[in-house]
Design a protein around this ligand. Sequence first.
Ligand code: MSP
Length: 648
Amino acid sequence: MLHTCKKAYITTPIYYVNDIAHIGHAYTTIIADTLARYSRLSGLDTFFLTGTDEHGQKIEEAAKQRGESTQAYADKISATFKNLWDDFDISYDKFIRTTDAAHMQGVQKAFLKMYENGDIYKDTYKGHYCISCETFFPTIQLVDDEFCPECGKSTTIVEEESYFFKLSAYEDKLLAWYNDNPDCILPRSKRNEVIRFVEGGLQDLSITRTSFDWGVKLPSQIDDPKHVMYVWLDALMNYVTALGYGTDDANMDYWPARVQLIGKDILRFHAIYWPAFLMSLGLPLPKHIAAHGWWTRDGEKMSKSKGNVVNPKEVADAYGLDNFRYFMLREVPFGGDGDFSQKALIDRINSDLGNDLGNLLNRLIGMSGKYFEGKVDTSDVATYYQSELDEVHASLAKLEPLLFEMQIHRYLEELWRPLTVANKAIDMYQPWTLMKEGKEKEAMALNGLIATILAKVSIMLYPVMPEVCTKIASSLHFVIDHHNWTRLAKGTTLLDTFTLEKIDPLFPRIEEPLLTQIEPQDSAKPDKKQKKTEEKTEGIALIGIDQFFQTSLKVGTVIEANEVPKSKKLLLLQVDVGEATPRQIVAGIKEWYSAEEMLDTQVCVVANLKPAKLMGLLSQGMLLAAKDENGLCMIRPEKPKTAGTPIG
Ligand code: MSP
């Protein structure tokens, strides 16, 4: 029999390489990874795409500021994204870069096709451009006639020859698409926003630039070499060039995408420009474009200059990757904004994960160990606990639609109901009482019920917490795969008889924040209670260990050292502290160290100081040194250490 497996294509936005990844990027990628893992588990032939967006003026300028070639700079930052996703075990099938030759060829093919079918014409563009958002804005949308309505930065006036895409011609077709497909944009409230915007009228879109050249050239058939393509046209095309559009078409049968995940800030590009481009190319439109909300830190937008960016790797290393994944998906309703705080993360770990899930497994291990030498037998579960099974199966049946409607927080909420059923069953039937009363069969069946519920939950939780659920499954002697997904999670099959494998507690209780340096700035200020109890020793105020750890100290390697012209005291250093780009540090040490003496040496860096300017030069850190009447000496690690190694 010919078996055609249904396909599912899932994409993330491609990330700009002007900055390294923060929790906002990790959020999008983790949601997409969860969907891809679920999709595979449910038997769909799945293709999951992520990658980096590397062209445009913003990237060209970022590279220039760092004195690097644009390609070398893009290579370096793109690798930091790829490495992070690899560290995070993100199950992508392809990592695309817009500087890939095949992508650029595909974009040129698309441009030519739109040009040949009359959707592209040449004219002059005059108006404002925001480099940070890589977006043109009509004057009417600007704040105070100058500033970008999205990011608030100053815009530049552009007047140049440009090719235009006839976006205005697609107004009616776009409106028809939104109306005929109520779920094409999720959450639905976002779809209404888009409809209102399009109903307000669409202007044709400038899709080439001539004032810089870090971009895809126009196809040779058009023969206009001074133009490069607008970065958003180039970037959006990645979703099909990754499947071979314009080259070998190898994977185009995955198109249209099942879900395209984006943040709400880039909805307009994905819900208006992208479908219009696809219509022009005669390609089908994606099933869902799903826009999530924005993560802030203590209520503020994260930005490098505020120094409040949350590094996802640090959080995952400290709290556990799966715990971090669970927190992000459970904490915020999809589409809403979320605020990151360690307190909220710790509460989720201790309560949902520790008390409800981890504790249930511990109770099972305890029960079966004490009464049955670890054996679990499910033969009589249905005889004694059918109503509990029914309740569990009813909850599990609700899950799948919630996931693909992007109600991931509700998916997790519903998935916790079977755990409540299990914990309640133990409290109500009390295995110790059953054993005392000689009802051994009932006690064993209760054991089987708990094990079966844990198995079913761990299959459905696997896409969110793959590592933890794999551990639970191996303790319960089954594997998480499509076969067991069908039998145990979708079906009503119970676990087979087995002997339980003991494992260490999965969620040890967390009492204190584990990352003191990412706590809000305000927590650095002693509160009233602290002030009262301030202690002193030999006149020096004592601090707690957590106050000490509010200072981020790191080993750095000086990779460039120069004198600051006209300054007797200052050296200008570039110090590698293990980040994507070196820190520039202006140090007042010239009276004791020459630039040559500092070069290639290691230093200790205070890495979380607010940036400051000294003689007009930005300084992004401070070096530790000791000074007495005999002069100043640097504090250095005794043996060479990897740049970025934390001190403390
Ligand atoms: N390069 C474009 C996307 C092109 S897709 C064809 C871009 N890149 S980005 O790096 O700036 O942002 C990528 C994604 O990260 C976006 O979906 C954006 O919403 C998301 N986030 C960036 N900061 C975020 C938060 N603080 N919170 C949540 N997500 C945010 O836009």
